[in-house]
Design a protein around this ligand. Sequence first.
Ligand code: ATP
Ligand code: MG
Length: 185
Amino acid sequence: MTDEREIRWGLIQVFTGDGKGKTTAALGTALRAAALGKKCAIIYFDKGGESHYSERIILRNKVPEIEIYPTGLDRIDSTGKFRFGVTDEDRAEGKRGLQILKDLIAKEAYDLIVLDEINPSTHLGIIDEDSVLGMISERSSKTELILTGRNAPQSFLELADLVTEMGLKKHYFYQGVKAREGLDY
Ligand code: ATP
Ligand code: MG
């Protein structure tokens, strides 16, 4: 018989919506899990380019409980301009990210895996929705998953045990405040 007090890991959480806070909420959750000594991994999709993501430095240097796997090309050029659109190279990087997920799942060792920006990456066709669903279903029933990003596919929402939609009420970006290191990236 299952003890009612037993803490069950292995649920699926989705953080989506247009407001700020999806990736940072996932990072906060991973940090909380790491505090208990849980084994965590974050796979970043479509998020190459080391300089734009401050948290990676502290995770690598100080938080061995959280492994990080950046994939994707750098979407921001040296002048700070964002590149839109999807190329074959983006899709190749998406495949690489999914292969990493497959390898991590096969190890059956992770308590929490964050799939950062997997929602828009799937929505844009950088990665294949059915492949993601297949991998999710093959994971150990004890591995909690967090899927982040805008435009979460309907199939992810249906599979999820938790869906939080970050709503855009205000964002300083629209007052002309540019992304600030340490707060926005
Ligand atoms: P964060 O990484 O700050 O938690 P996020 O994951 O919710 O943000 P993304 O859609 O991944 O948001 O966007 C990444 C970047 O865009 C972040 O720098 C974030 O601050 C900023 N941002 C988030 N929402 C908005 C918005 N509605 N308008 C403009 N910029 C936004
Ligand atoms: Mg994000």
